[in-house]
Design a protein around this ligand. Structure first.
Ligand code: NAG
Ligand code: NAG
Ligand code: NAG
Length: 221
Protein backbone atom coordinates (compact mmCIF):
# COMPACT_ATOMS: atom_id res chain seq x y z
CA UNK A 1 0.00 0.00 0.00
CA UNK A 2 2.76 2.38 0.97
CA UNK A 3 4.60 1.87 -2.32
CA UNK A 4 1.35 2.52 -4.19
CA UNK A 5 1.05 5.88 -2.44
CA UNK A 6 4.64 6.79 -3.21
CA UNK A 7 4.28 5.89 -6.86
CA UNK A 8 1.11 7.97 -7.09
CA UNK A 9 2.98 10.95 -5.69
CA UNK A 10 5.79 10.38 -8.17
CA UNK A 11 3.29 10.17 -11.02
CA UNK A 12 1.67 13.42 -9.88
CA UNK A 13 4.95 15.26 -9.75
CA UNK A 14 5.82 13.95 -13.21
CA UNK A 15 2.44 15.08 -14.50
CA UNK A 16 2.81 18.59 -13.07
CA UNK A 17 6.32 18.71 -14.52
CA UNK A 18 5.00 18.01 -17.98
CA UNK A 19 2.29 20.66 -17.58
CA UNK A 20 4.99 23.26 -17.04
CA UNK A 21 6.27 22.67 -20.60
CA UNK A 22 6.45 25.66 -22.88
CA UNK A 23 5.11 25.23 -26.36
CA UNK A 24 5.99 26.75 -29.68
CA UNK A 25 2.78 27.33 -31.55
CA UNK A 26 2.70 27.10 -35.35
CA UNK A 27 0.94 29.50 -37.70
CA UNK A 28 -2.71 28.56 -38.28
CA UNK A 29 -3.42 26.05 -41.03
CA UNK A 30 -6.32 24.13 -42.48
CA UNK A 31 -6.66 20.36 -42.76
CA UNK A 32 -7.57 18.98 -46.17
CA UNK A 33 -8.78 15.45 -46.86
CA UNK A 34 -7.17 13.47 -49.69
CA UNK A 35 -8.80 10.28 -50.83
CA UNK A 36 -9.33 8.09 -53.86
CA UNK A 37 -13.00 8.35 -52.90
CA UNK A 38 -14.28 11.39 -54.83
CA UNK A 39 -17.10 12.09 -52.36
CA UNK A 40 -14.60 13.23 -49.71
CA UNK A 41 -11.48 14.13 -51.71
CA UNK A 42 -10.34 17.76 -51.24
CA UNK A 43 -12.92 18.47 -48.56
CA UNK A 44 -11.77 20.31 -45.48
CA UNK A 45 -12.13 19.39 -41.83
CA UNK A 46 -14.15 21.76 -39.74
CA UNK A 47 -14.60 21.70 -35.96
CA UNK A 48 -18.14 20.61 -35.11
CA UNK A 49 -20.04 20.35 -31.88
CA UNK A 50 -19.93 16.95 -30.15
CA UNK A 51 -20.80 18.14 -26.63
CA UNK A 52 -20.06 21.08 -24.33
CA UNK A 53 -16.61 22.30 -25.32
CA UNK A 54 -16.02 19.10 -27.33
CA UNK A 55 -15.44 19.30 -31.08
CA UNK A 56 -15.05 16.62 -33.70
CA UNK A 57 -13.56 17.09 -37.16
CA UNK A 58 -16.44 17.21 -39.65
CA UNK A 59 -16.09 16.95 -43.41
CA UNK A 60 -17.16 20.17 -45.12
CA UNK A 61 -17.13 21.73 -48.58
CA UNK A 62 -16.19 25.25 -47.59
CA UNK A 63 -12.78 26.45 -48.72
CA UNK A 64 -12.99 29.80 -47.00
CA UNK A 65 -10.82 30.01 -43.92
CA UNK A 66 -12.86 30.62 -40.81
CA UNK A 67 -12.19 30.24 -37.12
CA UNK A 68 -13.90 26.82 -37.34
CA UNK A 69 -11.49 25.32 -39.84
CA UNK A 70 -8.09 26.54 -38.74
CA UNK A 71 -5.83 24.73 -36.33
CA UNK A 72 -2.39 25.13 -34.79
CA UNK A 73 0.37 22.68 -33.89
CA UNK A 74 2.16 23.00 -30.53
CA UNK A 75 5.62 21.52 -30.25
CA UNK A 76 8.14 21.63 -27.43
CA UNK A 77 11.75 22.58 -28.08
CA UNK A 78 12.99 19.53 -26.13
CA UNK A 79 11.24 17.02 -28.43
CA UNK A 80 13.58 14.43 -29.89
CA UNK A 81 12.99 14.02 -33.63
CA UNK A 82 13.31 10.27 -34.27
CA UNK A 83 12.89 10.49 -38.03
CA UNK A 84 13.57 13.63 -40.08
CA UNK A 85 10.95 12.67 -42.67
CA UNK A 86 8.31 12.35 -39.98
CA UNK A 87 9.39 15.47 -38.08
CA UNK A 88 8.65 16.42 -34.49
CA UNK A 89 5.55 15.32 -32.62
CA UNK A 90 3.27 17.73 -30.81
CA UNK A 91 -0.34 18.59 -30.13
CA UNK A 92 -2.92 19.38 -32.80
CA UNK A 93 -4.99 22.22 -31.36
CA UNK A 94 -8.29 23.91 -32.02
CA UNK A 95 -8.80 27.24 -30.35
CA UNK A 96 -12.36 27.48 -29.20
CA UNK A 97 -13.27 31.16 -29.04
CA UNK A 98 -16.12 32.70 -27.12
CA UNK A 99 -17.63 34.04 -30.34
CA UNK A 100 -17.53 30.57 -31.92
CA UNK A 101 -19.78 28.91 -29.42
CA UNK A 102 -23.00 30.26 -30.91
CA UNK A 103 -21.94 29.44 -34.42
CA UNK A 104 -21.08 25.86 -33.60
CA UNK A 105 -22.78 23.29 -35.73
CA UNK A 106 -26.08 22.05 -34.30
CA UNK A 107 -25.80 23.28 -30.72
CA UNK A 108 -27.72 20.90 -28.52
CA UNK A 109 -30.40 21.93 -26.09
CA UNK A 110 -28.15 20.89 -23.20
CA UNK A 111 -25.34 22.99 -24.55
CA UNK A 112 -24.56 25.82 -22.19
CA UNK A 113 -22.03 28.50 -23.21
CA UNK A 114 -21.89 29.47 -19.54
CA UNK A 115 -19.79 26.34 -18.99
CA UNK A 116 -17.18 27.89 -21.20
CA UNK A 117 -16.49 31.13 -19.41
CA UNK A 118 -12.73 30.67 -19.56
CA UNK A 119 -12.65 31.01 -23.37
CA UNK A 120 -10.64 31.14 -25.53
CA UNK A 121 -9.72 27.58 -24.78
CA UNK A 122 -6.70 25.93 -26.39
CA UNK A 123 -8.03 22.41 -26.94
CA UNK A 124 -5.67 19.56 -27.87
CA UNK A 125 -6.86 16.64 -29.96
CA UNK A 126 -7.08 13.27 -28.29
CA UNK A 127 -8.59 9.98 -29.34
CA UNK A 128 -11.83 8.87 -27.82
CA UNK A 129 -12.31 5.14 -28.06
CA UNK A 130 -15.31 3.07 -27.19
CA UNK A 131 -14.26 -0.51 -26.32
CA UNK A 132 -16.98 -1.89 -28.60
CA UNK A 133 -15.38 -0.65 -31.82
CA UNK A 134 -12.00 -0.32 -33.51
CA UNK A 135 -13.02 3.11 -34.85
CA UNK A 136 -11.71 5.86 -32.56
CA UNK A 137 -12.65 9.52 -32.78
CA UNK A 138 -10.24 12.44 -32.70
CA UNK A 139 -11.85 15.04 -30.43
CA UNK A 140 -10.77 18.45 -29.22
CA UNK A 141 -11.45 18.76 -25.53
CA UNK A 142 -10.64 21.27 -22.81
CA UNK A 143 -7.75 19.29 -21.28
CA UNK A 144 -4.01 19.80 -20.91
CA UNK A 145 -3.01 16.47 -22.39
CA UNK A 146 -3.59 15.24 -25.88
CA UNK A 147 -2.50 12.70 -28.46
CA UNK A 148 1.00 13.32 -29.80
CA UNK A 149 0.85 13.61 -33.60
CA UNK A 150 3.19 14.71 -36.36
CA UNK A 151 3.20 16.21 -39.86
CA UNK A 152 5.67 14.57 -42.22
CA UNK A 153 7.63 16.20 -45.09
CA UNK A 154 4.49 15.93 -47.27
CA UNK A 155 2.49 17.65 -44.49
CA UNK A 156 0.57 14.43 -43.82
CA UNK A 157 -0.87 14.07 -40.35
CA UNK A 158 0.24 10.88 -38.62
CA UNK A 159 0.89 9.19 -35.30
CA UNK A 160 4.38 7.90 -34.51
CA UNK A 161 4.88 4.54 -32.89
CA UNK A 162 7.63 2.07 -32.21
CA UNK A 163 5.47 -0.71 -30.77
CA UNK A 164 5.26 -4.07 -32.49
CA UNK A 165 2.87 -6.30 -30.55
CA UNK A 166 2.18 -8.65 -33.45
CA UNK A 167 5.12 -10.76 -32.30
CA UNK A 168 5.93 -12.74 -29.18
CA UNK A 169 7.41 -11.09 -27.21
CA UNK A 170 6.11 -7.63 -28.21
CA UNK A 171 9.03 -5.47 -29.28
CA UNK A 172 10.08 -1.90 -29.78
CA UNK A 173 10.99 -1.19 -33.39
CA UNK A 174 12.31 1.78 -35.31
CA UNK A 175 9.81 4.68 -35.07
CA UNK A 176 7.32 4.58 -37.91
CA UNK A 177 4.51 6.89 -39.01
CA UNK A 178 0.97 5.50 -38.90
CA UNK A 179 -1.67 7.02 -41.19
CA UNK A 180 -4.78 5.14 -40.10
CA UNK A 181 -7.19 7.98 -40.92
CA UNK A 182 -10.67 7.41 -42.30
CA UNK A 183 -13.75 9.52 -42.85
CA UNK A 184 -16.77 7.73 -41.42
CA UNK A 185 -20.30 8.45 -40.37
CA UNK A 186 -19.80 8.40 -36.61
CA UNK A 187 -22.12 8.60 -33.63
CA UNK A 188 -20.62 10.21 -30.55
CA UNK A 189 -23.26 10.41 -27.82
CA UNK A 190 -26.00 10.96 -30.35
CA UNK A 191 -24.19 13.40 -32.64
CA UNK A 192 -24.13 11.73 -36.05
CA UNK A 193 -21.87 13.36 -38.63
CA UNK A 194 -19.36 12.45 -41.30
CA UNK A 195 -16.14 12.93 -39.33
CA UNK A 196 -12.47 12.11 -39.30
CA UNK A 197 -11.80 8.82 -37.52
CA UNK A 198 -8.82 6.67 -36.59
CA UNK A 199 -8.73 2.90 -36.79
CA UNK A 200 -7.08 1.14 -33.86
CA UNK A 201 -4.68 -1.53 -34.98
CA UNK A 202 -3.67 -2.65 -38.43
CA UNK A 203 -7.09 -3.82 -39.57
CA UNK A 204 -10.16 -2.66 -41.46
CA UNK A 205 -12.67 -0.38 -39.75
CA UNK A 206 -15.77 -2.29 -38.63
CA UNK A 207 -17.92 0.75 -39.48
CA UNK A 208 -19.12 0.15 -43.09
CA UNK A 209 -19.30 3.88 -43.92
CA UNK A 210 -15.53 4.44 -43.51
CA UNK A 211 -13.48 5.73 -46.45
CA UNK A 212 -9.66 5.69 -46.33
CA UNK A 213 -8.18 9.17 -46.35
CA UNK A 214 -5.01 11.14 -45.72
CA UNK A 215 -5.07 14.44 -43.87
CA UNK A 216 -2.90 17.24 -45.25
CA UNK A 217 -1.84 20.38 -43.45
CA UNK A 218 -2.16 23.48 -45.63
CA UNK A 219 -0.84 26.87 -44.57
CA UNK A 220 -2.21 29.98 -46.24
CA UNK A 221 0.11 31.14 -49.02
C1 NAG B 1 -0.13 25.83 -27.16
O1 NAG B 1 0.90 26.80 -27.13
C2 NAG B 1 0.45 28.10 -26.75
C3 NAG B 1 1.67 29.03 -26.87
O2 NAG B 1 2.71 28.60 -26.05
C4 NAG B 1 -0.12 28.05 -25.34
O3 NAG B 1 -0.63 29.32 -25.00
C5 NAG B 1 -1.27 27.03 -25.30
O4 NAG B 1 -1.77 26.88 -23.98
C6 NAG B 1 -0.77 25.67 -25.79
N1 NAG B 1 -1.91 24.77 -25.83
C7 NAG B 1 -1.89 23.56 -25.27
C8 NAG B 1 -3.14 22.77 -25.33
O5 NAG B 1 -0.91 23.08 -24.75
C1 NAG C 1 -23.07 23.54 -17.52
O1 NAG C 1 -23.84 24.62 -17.06
C2 NAG C 1 -25.16 24.25 -16.65
C3 NAG C 1 -25.91 25.51 -16.23
O2 NAG C 1 -25.21 26.68 -16.55
C4 NAG C 1 -25.06 23.27 -15.46
O3 NAG C 1 -26.35 22.86 -15.09
C5 NAG C 1 -24.25 22.06 -15.91
O4 NAG C 1 -24.05 21.19 -14.82
C6 NAG C 1 -22.88 22.49 -16.44
N1 NAG C 1 -22.19 21.32 -16.96
C7 NAG C 1 -20.91 21.09 -16.69
C8 NAG C 1 -20.32 19.86 -17.33
O5 NAG C 1 -20.23 21.81 -16.00
C1 NAG D 1 6.81 -6.89 -36.30
O1 NAG D 1 7.79 -7.89 -36.21
C2 NAG D 1 7.64 -8.93 -37.19
C3 NAG D 1 8.71 -9.96 -36.90
O2 NAG D 1 9.98 -9.42 -36.89
C4 NAG D 1 7.80 -8.33 -38.58
O3 NAG D 1 7.57 -9.32 -39.56
C5 NAG D 1 6.77 -7.22 -38.75
O4 NAG D 1 6.98 -6.57 -39.99
C6 NAG D 1 6.91 -6.20 -37.64
N1 NAG D 1 5.86 -5.22 -37.75
C7 NAG D 1 6.11 -3.94 -37.66
C8 NAG D 1 4.92 -3.03 -37.79
O5 NAG D 1 7.22 -3.46 -37.47
Amino acid sequence: MKSAIISTAAALSLASGSLAQTYTQSRPFKLVVQSTDKSVNNKILEACHEGAGIEGLCVENSEKLTSYNTYVFNTTSGTVVSDQNLGPTGLLIYELQADKTNGEKTPSSQYSPSNLTTLPESEPMQFFSDPSTNVALPLFEPTQTGQQVGFDKQNKLHVQSSLNDTVDPPTSTKVRGLYRWYVCKTNFEGYVYETLAWVLGNGKPENPTCKKVDVIRQFEA
